[in-house]
Write a protein that binds this ligand. Structure first.
Ligand code: R5P
Length: 311
């Protein structure tokens, strides 16, 4: 593998890793991943990676700790097999919402994950639509932050929705929503969301005009589905016409699918940073970011610009 590059994956999302390989016209690096009788991860890389530029594609989605540990062990394995450079490709970065001390005596787990990935032996990292952009700075190794916007935006552009307002379901998402509104030539509105617990929220008001307008609600992730379905209800209450969801990461935990199906939604558009594993439903559309990841990996391998991918 000298001067060549290889792509490996754990068990989190082999289909995405395979899609990335297909986009690059290479085969997925062979591994054997099982569990010891006590549940520990038993892993072996079945390729010679000495001197190689290798990429480990593994979202740290649920089961978060299993997938994270597999990622770390795979990196360790490649390092000990003398790979020249290892890039952790983490399309969905678990623990991203624990990015600051929101109250006393809580951890900053997003930083701990960055430390773990680096300590395992990664030389670079890459992720998509980090919940908090500052997580990039949690890494003391080069970290490329990609955006799924080109993939999602292309879909919404071809829908040619008239009288369009892009809505952020909370104040934290304004920057992302503004970027979508600008590119789609749409108006911008914001929901005033208050969180009263990890799964409870209060949707206070919609700031901006959604009455008689088609709406695209933009968010980085759908976890329990509470934020987005409540935001959709608030928009409908304020007279919105068709309501679409545009979100990068479909975590879909707990009763998310049930909540989304009950919400007044025309279509929910997400990417495949996380496998859906049977959670598909009739108005859920999944767009693949495999090509985008493949192109980013190609550029990293050839030391080309990543930022120009988004201009
Ligand atoms: C919030 O800050 C995020 O951008 C998402 O809106 C939130 O994490 C989604 O969580 P849930 O689906 O559980 O409301």
């Amino acid at each position: 593998m000298k001067n060549a590059f290889g792509i490996f994956t754990g068990t989190a999302h082999p289909a995405l890793a395979k899609g990335v390989c297909d986009s690059l016209g290479i085969s997925l690096g062979r591994t054997e991943i099982t569990r010891f009788p006590d549940g520990e991860i038993d892993l072996k890389v079945l390729e010679d990676v000495r001197g190689g530029d290798v990429y480990v594609v593994q979202p740290t989605c649920p089961p978060v700790n299993e997938n994270l540990m597999e990622l770390l062990i795979l990196i360790d394995c490649l390092r000990r097999a003398s790979a020249e450079r290892i890039t952790a490709v983490i399309p969905y970065y678990g623990y991203a919402r624990q990015d600051r001390k929101a109250e006393a005596r809580v951890p900053i787990s997003a930083k701990l994950v960055a430390n773990l990935v680096t300590a395992a032996g990664a030389h670079r990292a890459l992720s998509v639509d980090l919940h908090a952009p500052q997580i990039q700075g949690f890494f003391d190794i080069p970290m490329d932050h990609l955006y799924a916007a080109p993939v999602l935006m292309e879909y919404f552009k071809q829908l040619k929705l008239p009288d369009l307002t892009v809505v952020s379901p909370d104040v934290g998402g304004i920057k992302m929503a503004r970027a979508y509104a600008k590119r789609l030539g749409a108006d911008l509105a914001i929901c005033d969301k208050r969180r009263s617990g990890p799964t409870e929220i209060e949707m206070m008001h919609v700031i901006g005009e959604v009455g008689g307008r088609n709406v695209v609600l933009v968010d980085d992730m759908i976890s329990t589905g509470t934020s987005i379905s409540e935001a959709a209800r608030a928009c409908r209450k304020n007279g919105a016409k068709d309501i679409y969801i545009c979100a990068t990461h479909a975590v879909l935990s707990g009763k998310a699918v049930e909540k989304l199906q009950k919400a007044p939604l025309k279509e929910i558009v997400v990417t495949d940073t996380i496998p859906l594993d049977g959670k598909e439903f009739h108005n859920l559309r999944v767009l693949s970011i495999a090509k985008l990841l493949g192109e980013a990996i190609r550029r990293i391998h050839h030391s080309e610009s990543i930022s120009s991918l988004f201009q």
